[in-house]
Design a protein around this ligand. Structure first.
Ligand code: TXA
Ligand code: MG
Length: 317
């Protein structure tokens, strides 16, 4: 069984020995291993039960270290300088140093420098970058606490570094470059508005249905155990409502028992709602409901990432 602790040296030692370790980031918890060691990276895929066609993000301590794994265009450099360390992943031409297993054989690699102080301290202490997907079984909602990681992967890991609840709460925004265009593959912790303010227009390419560039684009990704619906509440009878759960933005929904409801942000703050989103989805696993009604939040700022995850959670597998 995994130990949960705050010992960065211990995490460092395990990673140097080629083990996979649970680590905190500001977005969600990651399952990390030496990005330059294919055997260590293979453990990530095995532990998560993740298909090998789904590439991993390489986490770096700095822009300097990122230059050892990827080629940066002027726009990419600009974005890194504006948003790193932070919840932005850049998909760039990969350098030969990066094993094919990390990128699933693609010629590109996803790179990000996380903002969490413990993750950064760990990366700075290591002589290699860390490949890390979210630390959840493939297809399930991402973990935002060390305990979430322990609940699902504790029997397959020896150590989980505890950095407290993730401050952002949704995964990084993934950006790539096609022709002269900047393309968003996954909306996340850096808003579309913030990106556009920095570099002008971007194109959204989120809903690839087959052969997606990023499996995070798969419609049925991020599913919790309970069925989620975004259908209008008026389509349910009061009898149905009395047995449902609800995930709401600021106010409880009428007709659904209060004990079955989770409010994301009573103050109506999208950052707080994002922070609480995945914990909230997990809460329904332990409630006696079979269907959860989710309320969409305003489609702006972090609200886009929240609605995106809700739509995917609601999509039948
Ligand atoms: O916030 C995050 O990004 C978290 C933390 C741990 O950093 N990580 C995360 O990793 O969400 P993961 O593996 O759960 O999701 C990464 C997504 C996957 O959908 C993957 O397909 C995509 O990034 N990705 C990675 N490398 C890529 C590449 N070269 N081209 C296109 N998509 C890529
Ligand atoms: Mg994931």
């Amino acid at each position: 069984m995994a130990i949960i602790g705050t010992d960065i040296d211990k995490a460092k030692t395990l990673l140097q020995q080629g083990e996979a370790v649970g680590i905190p980031t500001e977005t969600v918890y990651g399952l990390a291993a030496n990005a330059f060691d294919p055997l260590a990276v293979a453990k990530i895929f095995a532990i998560k039960n993740r298909p090998v066609f789904d590439p991993l993000i390489v986490h770096v301590a700095s822009y300097q270290q990122a230059l050892t794994v990827a080629d940066f265009s002027p726009v990419a450099q600009r974005l890194a300088h504006a948003f790193w360390p932070g919840p932005l992943t850049l998909v760039l031409p990969k350098k030969a140093m990066v094993p094919d297993l990390v990128t699933s054989g693609l010629t590109t690699v996803g790179v990000r420098s996380p903002r969490h102080p413990m993750a950064l301290a760990l990366l700075q202490a290591l002589p290699f970058p860390l490949a890390a997907p979210s630390a959840n079984p493939f297809g399930y909602v991402s973990p935002t606490t060390a305990q979430h990681v322990h609940d699902q992967l504790g029997d397959k890991l020896s150590y989980i570094l505890d950095g407290g609840p993730s401050a952002v709460g949704v995964e990084s925004t993934i950006v790539g470059f096609e022709g002269g265009e900047t393309v968003i593959y996954r909306v996340g912790g850096v808003s579309v508005e913030a990106l556009e303010q920095e570099i002008g227009g971007v194109r959204l390419a989120l809903h690839a249905s087959s052969n997606p560039k990023a499996p995070g684009q798969l419609l049925s990704h991020y599913a919790p155990r309970k069925r989620v619906t975004l259908q209008s509440l008026s389509s349910f009878t009061s009898e149905q409502l009395s047995r449902m759960g609800a995930l709401v933005f600021r106010l409880p929904a009428e007709g659904i028992p209060l004990k079955n409801q989770v409010v994301l942000s009573p103050a109506g703050d999208l950052a707080e709602a994002a922070q609480n989103l995945f914990s909230a989805l997990r809460k329904f696993d332990g409630l006696d409901v079979s269907l959860v009604w989710a309320e969409a939040v305003p489609e702006e700022g972090l609200g886009r990432a929240i609605n995106d995850r809700l739509r995917r959670a609601a999509h039948p597998a």
